[in-house]
Ligand binder design. Structure first.
Ligand code: S3P
Length: 170
C-alpha cells in the first residue's frame, strides 16, 4: 500500500477531494498545512508573518519528511507550494503516488473568492490583479506539479477518478 499525495494550486480542492477519497477508501487523511500548524502551534498565516516564507518552506519540507514514519495508507493533501521547494516533489514521488489536481486560473480564482481565508500569498493581491497573479504563479509552478504520476482534471470526477486509476494499477 502506498501513500497518496494530492498536489495542486490553492483552491484546487486538495483537502475536500482528499477527505472524500480517504472516506471512500477507508484510509486515514492528513492535511500537511494542518499537521504543520499542530506541530508548531501556529497558523500558516502566523508562520508566514512571524518567520517569513523561507522558514515556512523549511518547516513544510521537514513536516513532509516526517510522514515517512507514518501509516502507508495515508491520503495526504499537500500545501499549494509544497511540490515547488526543497526537492519535495521528488521526495513525494519516491514515497507514494502523486495526483495533480489541475484547474484553470479562472476556476481557481472563483474557488478562492468563495473560500475562507486567510491565505497569506493571495490576500495581499488586489482583487483586480488576482487572476493574473494566479496565472503567473501557476505557470511557474506547473513544472513541479507536472512531475506528478497522474493528472486529475478539476472540475471533474474527483475522488471517483482517483479510485478508478488505483483500480488499474494495483
Ligand atoms: C500555499 C498554499 C497554502 C499554504 C500556504 C502557502 C502556496 O495551502 O500552504 O498558504 O504556496 O500555494 P493550500 O493550497 O492548502 O491553500
Amino acid at each position: 500500500m502506498k501513500k497518496l499525495f494530492l498536489v495542486g494550486f490553492m483552491g484546487s480542492g486538495k483537502s475536500t477531494l482528499g477527505k472524500s477519497l480517504a472516506r471512500q477508501l477507508k484510509r486515514p487523511f492528513l492535511d500537511l498545512d494542518q499537521y504543520l500548524e499542530e506541530k508548531t502551534g501556529k497558523s500558516v498565516p502566523e508562520l508566514f508573518a512571524t518567520l517569513g516564507e523561507d522558514r515556512f518552506r523549511e518547516l513544510e519540507a521537514e513536516s513532509l519528511r516526517e510522514l515517512d514514519g507514518m501509516d502507508d495508507k495515508l491520503v495526504v493533501a499537500c500545501g499549494g507550494g509544497t511540490p515547488c521547494y526543497h526537492g519535495n516533489m521528488d521526495w513525494i514521488n519516491e514515497h507514494g503516488l502523486s495526483f495533480y489536481l489541475k484547474a484553470t486560473p479562472r476556476f481557481l480564482l472563483s474557488r478562492l473568492n468563495l473560500s475562507e481565508g486567510p491565505r497569506p500569498l493571495i490576500d495581499p493581491v488586489p482583487e483586480e490583479k488576482r487572476e493574473a497573479f494566479i496565472r503567473d504563479l501557476l505557470s511557474e509552478r506547473e513544472q513541479y506539479y507536472a512531475k506528478s504520476r497522474f493528472v486529475i482534471d478539476i472540475p471533474g470526477k474527483g475522488a471517483d477518478e482517483v479510485i478508478h486509476i488505483l483500480g488499474h494499477i494495483n
